[in-house]
Ligand binder design. Structure first.
Ligand SMILES: Nc1ncnc2c1ncn2[C@@H]1O[C@H](COP(=O)(O)OP(=O)(O)O)[C@@H](O)[C@H]1O
Ligand SMILES: [Mg+2]
Length: 245
């Protein structure tokens, strides 16, 4: 990994509202992710985890600070001027999968590629490859209703990796899954990150300390800043011990 970072977030701040209704959410976020790293982000409900992911993903502007993703700098711009970040640099995985109900697994993945400009035939080939990487080659023609929750999330993961984006943002990806399927998703994330030929990086929000402890690194977002974390500080058991890395 050699110190090269794929993502650097520097002194990022964001709040909502004004006057007496003003809410400061992010108060100076600093973090880095290296190529091939799976990083778990934990923190109490409402502390700003989704807000942070939305800014990194180019869906929401911050108020100050900067994001560097590969060679791109952004963070304060209107979402309409970071289309390239959404199209080429960041893939998303959500708690509730966000698949299209009436399309097969193959078409769900292929359509996402077509929207970003890949010709249909190539999109279908790349969708097949991506579904094979998540072990769904035998379910490509099924629609979401015919798949288990874990399989649906693997379709969403195939969709996210099919575009060859260097960073995946996963917002509570196991929140709607049973324990076994959640563990499968985590194993899959690790194999995608640690793939020697084509490593990606994943920033994953989770409330599950067992899953978080299997990531390469854990970060805790609390009181508007991010600190390196271990399992005890993530649970608030050890107020002094969790800050060192
Ligand atoms: N668009 C918005 N307008 C006003 N407040 C918001 C908005 N988005 C998020 N918030 C508030 O910001 C805080 C952080 O929200 P969020 O990032 O969703 O937290 P988390 O994902 O950690 O649960 C919450 O108090 C939430 O109510
Ligand atoms: Mg959230």
């Amino acid at each position: 990994m050699g110190g090269w970072v794929v993502l650097r977030v520097s002194e990022l701040t964001k709040g909502f509202g004004s006057g007496p209704n003003r809410l400061e959410v992010l108060k100076g976020i600093d973090l880095e992710i290296q190529p091939g790293e799976l990083v778990a982000l934990m923190g109490p409900s409402g502390c700003g985890k989704s807000t942070l992911l939305n800014i990194i993903g180019g869906l929401l502007p911050a108020e100050s600070g900067e994001i560097n993703l590969k060679s791109r700098s952004y963070g304060l711009r209107n979402p309409s001027s970071v289309v390239d970040v959404r199209r080429n640099l960041v893939g998303w995985i959500f708690q509730d999968f966000h698949l299209l109900d009436h399309l097969s697994a193959l078409d769900n993945v292929a359509m996402a590629l077509e929207i970003s400009g890949v010709p249909s035939k190539e999109a279908e080939e790349r969708a097949r490859d991506a579904l094979a990487r998540v072990n769904l080659s035998d379910r490509m023609d099924h629609i979401p209703d015919q798949l288990s929750g874990g399989q649906q999330q693997r379709v969403a993961i195939a969709r996210a990796i099919a575009g060859n984006r260097p960073l995946l943002l996963a917002d509570e990806p196991t929140g709607n899954l049973d324990i076994a399927s959640g563990a499968d998703v985590l194993r899959l994330f690790k194999s995608l990150c640690h793939d020697e030929e084509n490593p990606i990086s994943i920033l994953m929000v989770t409330h599950d300390p067992d899953l978080a402890s299997q990531a390469d690194r854990m970060l805790l977002l609390r009181d508007g800043t991010v600190a390196a974390s271990d399992i005890r500080s993530a649970w608030g058991l050890d107020e002094e011990g969790g800050e060192e890395e």
